[in-house]
Design a protein around this ligand. Structure first.
Ligand code: GLU
Ligand code: ZN
Length: 492
């Protein structure tokens, strides 16, 4: 068996989405498992829809996810270039050879004529599709069309037989001849279509396995036929890749997850502080399993265990809650230093630490992050939880009206008693703070703990929900803590 070569070949349109990442991941894992080659190719032949921005976003995304490619943009390889917009001569040449050998033909039908054909088929309850009008035009007919100034497109001549292949995921799949009409390879303006360029490059780049979404299932019989033609005219070495179609990813309400669903945008996961490890871990479960119910694993573990036989043909359900829970598991699984390192850029973006953080900010983070590691689902939550420890007085504000309400008139007694108890505390430690406040507020004033500590918490942290209070006060220091307690009086 030749070395495994797989490809990830997105079109640079719009923003990267999770369905695309799942496809990249499964190809990557298969390549790594087999010691094969992961080819990254950019399918940018649709100049009207492709953008440079989207191209950059694709590269950036794969890098963020650590899905490294062996051949492709920026790394090169023996089968380049890997951007199809730089391979147009190749496609023009292949199209010419297909025409010459009779595997393709020029079709002069106008858009209106094709519409009319489709409409008629619909009325007669036949499968709509090109009916082969131009398959066998005589030289005289061609001349007449040309004379009328008709601009031809190039169509592939499908062989007159059914197409069957053994899909790596779905088993044997058959498409009847009547469901696969002759299809367009090249537009009238000479632009080659996906239908041509994708199989041509898979052939030229010696791709051995095509793992892609089920939405492309109906392309496969066309592509297998084109492969055979490419072999016949000597463009390929005669091998056809094996195909495996990954199951649909379903969103809310039993319909396919769409690019327009907010939870499908990769960018959302980056900005909301998901770990790339966690996102990949979750996406791996969309149609694949480790085999022993293990749902928490690293990219390397996935690569080691990856087997196409365990890709399921059943649709997979995208569950943001589960994805977020796995993210929380990942946040707890990494080391403190690693976690701090990932939180710092988010804090810096909010102006809460300098870049790099000062020694003082570093020591606050080392003291405070362990207090919240257990509670985080996403990294961005850390910004809200830690902000009060890092902002200067000028930027310290109460979180919302509910927090403000906690500091109403009846809070005054507790706040004043807290100040008195803490001013004279000999040592500023969590335990000392806790017992001083307990004896002053709970025992001294007879307040229920909630009424005693609620105002203190809001005064110190600005929020009703915060990291553990006494630990936070120790980290914040005596002066700042007392200043905030005193200020809380004057807020009303
Ligand atoms: N450029 C195609 C897409 O993004 C590739 C499909 C395929 O894997 O064949 O849909
Ligand atoms: Zn035609």
């Amino acid at each position: 068996m030749p070395d495994v070569r797989v490809r990830f070949c997105p079109s640079p349109t719009g923003n990267p989405h999770v369905g695309m990442v799942r496809t990249a991941l499964f190809n990557w894992a298969f390549a790594r498992h087999m010691g094969g080659t992961f080819v990254f190719r950019i399918e940018d032949t649709d100049s009207a829809r492709d953008s440079e921005e989207s191209y950059e976003a694709l590269l950036d995304s794969l890098r963020w996810l650590s899905l490294d490619w062996d051949e492709g943009p920026e790394v090169g390889g023996s089968y380049g270039p890997y951007r199809q917009s730089q391979r147009l001569d190749i496609y023009a040449d292949v199209a010419a050879r297909l025409l010459e050998a009779g595997h393709a033909y020029r079709c002069y039908c106008s858009a209106e004529e094709l519409d009319a054909q489709r409409e008629l088929a619909r009325q007669q309850n036949r499968a709509p599709g090109y009916e082969g009008t131009c398959r066998d035009l005589t030289a005289a007919q061609v001349a007449a069309h040309e004379q009328q100034g008709r601009v031809p497109i190039v169509r592939f001549r499908m062989p007159d037989r059914d197409c069957t292949w053994v899909d790596l995921v779905r088993g044997e799949v058959t498409f009847g001849r009547e469901h696969v009409p002759d299809y367009v390879l090249v537009r009238g303006n000479g632009e080659p279509l996906y239908t041509l360029v994708n199989p041509v490059d898979d052939a030229l780049m010696r791709i051995t396995h095509v793992l892609r979404g089920e939405d492309l299932l109906s392309s496969t019989p066309r592509q297998i036929a084109l492969y055979e033609a490419l072999a016949a005219i000597g463009v390929s070495d005669g091998t056809t890749p094996q195909f495996g179609h990954l199951p649909y990813v379903m969103g809310e309400g039993n319909r396919k997850l769409s690019k327009r669903d907010p939870e499908s945008s990769l960018l959302m996961y980056r900005t909301q502080g998901y770990l790339p490890e966690a996102l990949l871990n979750y996406l791996a479960l969309l149609g694949w399993s480790m085999g022993d119910d293990q749902e928490f694993f690293s990219l390397d573990e996935m690569a080691q265990a990856f087997a196409i036989e365990r890709v399921s043909a059943n649709p997979a359900r995208f569950d943001l809650k589960k994805c977020t829970a796995i993210n929380g598991d990942w946040i707890r699984a990494i080391t403190l230093d690693d976690l701090i390192g990932r939180i710092i850029p988010l804090l810096a973006a909010e102006g809460l630490v300098s870049t790099p953080p000062t020694a003082e900010q570093q020591s606050v983070l080392h003291a405070a992050v362990p207090l919240i590691q257990e509670r985080l689902d996403t990294l961005t939550q850390a910004v809200g939880m830690l902000g009060f420890l890092l902002v200067g007085d000028a930027r310290f504000v109460l979180d919302d009206d509910d927090a403000r309400a906690v500091l109403g008139e009846d809070a005054d007694e507790a706040l004043a008693a807290a100040v008195t108890a803490l001013e004279s505390l000999p040592e500023w430690t969590t335990d000392a703070i806790q017992s001083a406040l307990r004896s002053a507020l709970v025992e001294g004033l007879g307040l229920k703990p909630k009424l005693a500590y609620g105002p203190v918490r809001v005064a110190i942290t600005g929020r009703r929900v915060s990291p553990p209070l006494f630990e936070s006060m120790e980290i914040l220091g005596r002066e700042t803590s007392l200043r905030r307690l005193r200020d809380a009086h004057s807020i009303r």
